[in-house]
Design a protein around this ligand. Structure first.
Ligand code: FE
Ligand code: FE
Ligand code: ZN
Length: 283
């Protein structure tokens, strides 16, 4: 069965219940949320009664919690070796893993980071050091999913080889997976019109079984542009047919697909986009 949803909000007052309700309003059977604003460190305490109520709502509506994704805030940058920034990022990631565990979710999507001029190799070694440090002190089973990036600025993780190099350095193999993002892949230069080949390449370098989440976005920019500007489904450089190739790929059947497409005139496009995708889905 197609597992599809979108990014949804998480608000202090309505908590996870509010997030589930938003997902249901889009007729989604999964969703992704940030545990607070992605650009700051303010996090409210988790109301476990609210979480319990959210789980009840999920069960009643066939949302499997193992398909629900949490996205780490952008302010975490494990690639930056500057001591105070590095420590800040490690501490915040530790806290975030604890929060995900408290919510009872399984996956935390993380942007690997930007090397801010230090070079890719230094960036990768900083990320590896950070992940080993954080995971050595974390006793949850939450899996960190490294997201494939567009290669904007000094972003690390724009190629499968870079992601693989990070994974190779991490000592806690069962705690690391991958989230592929179609907009990022396009912008990084992976031609999705030949998705079979892209997936084969991924399989050879990393292994398809490591893909635990897919972000489904069209792109405002052409192949290899290194821009990272998401576009609505079917309205961008990738196009609906190519996105459907990804969505309908039998090898990725059980992987949750999450839309992060932009709002249109202040309105979430997800209900319509999910409906469109479902109407063309063969899995
Ligand atoms: Fe992301
Ligand atoms: Fe993404
Ligand atoms: Zn993006």
């Amino acid at each position: 069965m197609l597992i599809i949803g979108s990014h949804v909000g998480y608000k202090k007052d309505s908590g996870l219940v509010g997030s589930v309700k938003e997902a249901l309003s889009y007729k989604a059977n999964t969703f992704m949320f940030y545990t607070g604003a992605p650009q700051n460190t303010i996090r409210s305490s988790i109301d476990l009664n609210n979480v319990k109520e959210a789980y009840k709502l999920m069960e009643e509506n066939n949302i499997n919690k193992d398909n629900v994704i949490v996205h780490a805030p952008y302010i975490i940058n494990l690639a930056n070796g500057d001591e105070s920034k590095f420590n800040f990022s490690c501490n915040f990631l530790s806290e975030e893993l604890k929060r995900v565990n408290k919510f009872g979710m399984k996956y935390l999507v993380l942007h690997p980071g930007s090397h801010v001029g230090e070079g890719v190799e230094t960036g990768i070694s900083n990320i590896v050091k950070a992940l080993n440090l954080v995971l050595s002190k974390d006793d949850s089973n939450v899996m960190i999913l490294l997201e494939t990036m567009a290669g904007k600025g000094s972003e690390v993780g724009k190629t499968f080889e870079e992601i693989k190099a990070i994974m190779d350095g991490v000592n806690y193999k069962n705690r690391i997976g991958v989230c592929i993002d179609t907009c990022h892949l396009n912008d990084a230069g992976y031609d999705l019109t030949n998705f079979t080949e892209v997936l084969n390449t991924f399989d050879k370098i990393i292994g398809i079984d490591k893909i635990k989440c897919i972000h489904i976005n069209d792109s405002k920019n052409i192949l290899g542009s290194h821009k990272d500007r998401h576009e609505n489904i079917g309205k961008g450089a990738i196009g609906l047919d190519t996105l459907l190739e990804v969505i309908n790929n039998p090898k990725l059947k059980d992987v949750p697909k999450i839309l992060e497409t932009p709002y249109i005139d202040g309105h979430a496009p997800y209900k319509e986009e999910i409906e469109l995708i479902k109407s063309r889905s063969i899995i």
